[in-house]
Design a protein around this ligand. Structure first.
Ligand SMILES: Nc1ncnc2c1ncn2[C@@H]1O[C@H](COP(=O)(O)OP(=O)(O)OP(=O)(O)O)[C@@H](O)[C@H]1O
Ligand SMILES: [Mg+2]
Length: 261
């Protein structure tokens, strides 16, 4: 069966969505069958990153029992010119009322337990019925119940951190309080690293040492900070638009590491 990769972080804004979306694209461009879900139901973003205008059904509709599982998957092959592989996506409803509703429901333990069953159904459809290679789940940051749902079904947890001390410490906190309890061995991506500036090299090495030697966690990649990413205004995929970019090269290393299993 294919693998479920969950992209998580301690704080918001570390780059989960960029990493998840570009990784999904790069895997599909290498011939893999990939489905990506915007499970950040309280702050949807993936529909914009993939430039999708017309969404037939949102993940919200599926979770509310208002549509079938096949209805929520949007085929992205044609618009991204992917040949050989497959990329489809389930998007979350960005409408203000829908987000308010999700904020309310995401704190309701019973609803979240039911949602877990729906997520399992979605995974089984993608990985067993459709026989896809990867299900990639972009999550909410931190300790949200819905993040726990996604982490619980992960084969691979990828935790995206930046170099700020609070993010590193927050990631260590997640390791103790969540990942170990769920028996997950996360792998780390250090994003927005201002490579080549000042003392940054030393800082990256120290952080790598902490993760690798002290905690035995693999660092999947260090992704440079680049103004070309915000310049895409969350409307485009850098791996698709600028395939030779140094950020994409760093992401390619991540993809290689994910394919090693
Ligand atoms: N390597 C990078 N260099 C420069 N800017 C980056 C980089 N990665 C991400 N960004 C910028 O950081 C912001 C947050 O990125 P993104 O939305 O992927 O993070 P996130 O972890 O998904 O956030 P949230 O928790 O809010 O969902 C975006 O404006 C994006 O353009
Ligand atoms: Mg995000």
């Amino acid at each position: 069966m294919g693998r479920t990769i969950v992209v998580h972080s301690y704080r918001g804004g570390t780059g989960k969505t960029i990493v998840a979306a570009n990784t999904a694209y790069l895997l599909a461009a290498r011939g893999k069958y990939v489905c990506i879900l915007d499970y950040d139901l309280c702050a949807p973003a993936l529909h914009r990153v993939f430039g999708v205008e017309n969404v037939r059904a949102w993940l919200n509709d599926f979770f509310a029992g208002q549509c079938g599982v096949a209805d929520v998957l949007n085929d992205l092959n044609k618009q991204l010119g992917i040949e050989g592989g497959r990329l489809c996506a389930g998007f979350a409803n960005p409408d203000g009322q829908a987000i308010k509703e999700m904020l309310r429901l995401s704190m309701d333990q019973e609803w979240c337990s039911r949602n877990f069953q729906d997520l399992l159904r979605l995974r089984s459809y993608v990985l067993e019925d459709l026989n896809y290679d990867f299900l990639i789940i972009d999550t909410m940051p931190g300790y949200q119940l819905l993040s726990m749902n996604a982490l619980a079904i992960a084969d691979d947890v990828v935790v995206v951190t930046v170099l700020d001390r609070s993010d590193i410490e927050g990631t260590l906190g997640l390791l103790e309080a969540v990942y170990r309890i769920l028996q997950k061995q996360p792998r780390v991506i250090i994003n927005k690293a201002p490579v080549g500036l000042g003392e940054v090299g030393k800082r990256i090495e120290t952080v790598r040492r902490v993760f690798r030697q002290r905690l035995k966690l693999e660092v999947l990649g260090v992704i440079p900070c680049s103004c070309d990413i915000p310049l895409m205004f969350g409307e485009r995929l850098i791996a698709h638009t600028m395939p030779e970019h140094h950020v994409v090269r760093a992401l390619e290393q991540v993809v290689k590491a994910l394919l090693k299993e």
